[in-house]
Design a protein around this ligand. Sequence first.
Ligand code: SER
Length: 316
Amino acid sequence: MKTTERVLIIGSSGQIGGELTEGLRAIYGNDNVIASDIKDLDKESLKDAAPYETLNVLNGKRLFEIVQKYEITQVYLLAALLSATAEKNPMFAWDLNMNGLFNVLDLAKEGHISKVYWPSSIAVFGPSTPKTSTPQFTIMEPNTVYGISKQTGERWCEYYFNKYGVDVRSIRYPGLIGYKTAPGGGTTDYAVHIYHEAIKNNHYECFLSENTTLPMMYMPDAIKATIDLMHADASKVKIRSSYNLSGMSFSPKEIADEIKNHFPDFTISYKPDSRQLIADSWPQSIDDSAARNDWGWKAQFDLKQMTQDMFSHLVK
Ligand code: SER
């Protein structure tokens, strides 16, 4: 019998992975949280005594070796291609986002691990979805390869739960904003870049148009939600596809106005590119009452509080 949880994070160098590794190490201890990513760590980072493994999640054999080596009980699978990058290489995105998930779900199905976390996204929604207060259960016709892979992944998670009893849990993240880790290849990345550019150049050229409102969330809220969901009693996790989660909603113009409260000379210009079409297909706000009712979710940060906190850390 294993007495301690041993957690494997796949994609630990990414935007969510970095912060989640930190959060989980604070709970389970450094040695019980194994970070892994496709990248080799530089020598400096490897000196920090916490365990790290180089792993391509598509290599099922290596994944299994790591799970056995550390007697892993839970996997957080964060390795994926995000919306903008996926459009540039649709077949690779499909392969990574789907077969990575199958490799992990199958470990649970075969009884090697007991719990799986897998992130979904607001990208599961499409142009025909109601745009505001998007319900948990609604029309879902995503038109990006990323969205299609996340929607399909949700169906498979629910299937593995119903058919094989796999304890898999998931959240549909909105755009995530944090100061510790850089985003990689998403449509909502602008909301992170804008803070850095405000400090460096007092100007930002935005790749989305000024009134493109999207659902967003501050990273501490996202990490808390993830950890809360994974620690919720299994009977409370009634949705095994993925939970809607809401933090705040804003447009480039609204975040720029908030930034001006800190940097009065800050200016923004707009030069929409191919990411505009992706953003236009997504909701503007999300109804997360299922997450609130089932496992007590509530966001803490609004745009004002987030901006305050971002600058207090970034300016340092
Ligand atoms: N932030 C993600 C993206 O823009 C949405 O899940 O791709």
